[in-house]
Design a protein around this ligand. Sequence first.
Ligand code: NCD
Ligand code: ZN
Length: 434
Amino acid sequence: MASPDLLFRGARVIDPRAGRDEVADVHVRDGIVVDVGSGLDGASAEIVEGDGLVLTPGLVDIHTHLREPGFEQKETIETGTRAAAAGGYTAVAPMANTDPVADDASVIAEVRAAAARAGLADVFPVGAITKGLEGEVLAEIGEMAAAGVRVFSDDGRCVPTARTLRNALTYARAFDDVVIAEHCEDASLSRGQQMHEGISSSSLGLAGQPGAAEDAIVYRDIELARLTGGRLHICHVSSARSVELVRRAKADGLRISAEVTPHHLVFIDEDLRTYDTNKKVNPPLRTEADRDALREGLADGTIDAIATDHAPHAVEEKEAEFDRAPPGTIGLETALAVALTDLVAPGLVSLPRALESLSSAPALILGARDHGGPIEVGRPANLVLFDPEERWTAEPPFVSRSRNSAFIGRELRGRVRSTVLHGELTIAEGKATR
Ligand code: NCD
Ligand code: ZN
């Protein structure tokens, strides 16, 4: 077990919530921050040198697939939270598309118990909106909300009818802070699709789906949020039109938030020319103009958070022909480095904003009060220390049980040195401590 008395010395402390960005020392003891300042003398504390490194709130992922129960050959809560810790995360929200589906309090309790046994990250299970993700009967939202579930989603599938989503949003309003997170996809436009519909899909000979498959549902759901006053979160925004719709909904004062994935911020449809099944994702990679709008939306805060949509799949599944491989890429171990390499280094997004979108902003949506900062005396010590310059190449094996990463072979910049979960190191010197 790691030392409960740690002094992080001389790191650049970036605390998006408090607006702090300065070199400082941070002393952590018994799970909390006990001092922040310069020239701290930690007495008997173990010293962690932070020179040239960045110390910031532990990352928070509001969209992860941990696959347990039901798909343990792809990932388990233990292996998934291990991957999360390696990537600098201290909190993750696993989606409900497990088997059984997390549509009542018993599955939620099972997920929480496995997470507690692993002890590698705080886990905030997402509850299903509809029973069995079948889009018809509402799941036990009240029961799960009473058990502390804050986010509900049928992710993997879109809630098919406006009526059902309206009921969910209305019902969610009864529970103060409950968020309905929607996977926006009009199945009648996307059925049978393999990628984004456009010049690339024609030249590759793959069936495509237009951006309108997403945009139409984003529009529908925004109108339902307006009608009901319920809190709506848009999962993995992939198109320029969707970004614009979210921007306008926010300007109208609606209670809406949105996330974007690292892969949609980097890749486009043309990158599928090698038929790399690891880049087959849902929603699909779209055009360069879409990607640029996502970057801009993230930079200006229209899109609140970067969420990994970590979607592990078995090697055999991803080795199938392109049209039979399941969609998804893993992302927990690379998200921070991808943001640093592809957004911060070229000057598209500031470092504090990137870190806000990876920690404070998702923590707020998730209601994860112990996470996302501020880094202040008395606060729970959930932190990540990383080297913003270290270069490495994403390649298997990964800490995750799966290896379906869209980023394989990519040169990245920025690497996690320490992850601190409630004052204890889950990662130290870049290596797992337990
Ligand atoms: C996700 C999965 O595999 O569960 N796949 C994906 O491509 N994103 C489902 C989802 O997030 O929609
Ligand atoms: Zn989804």
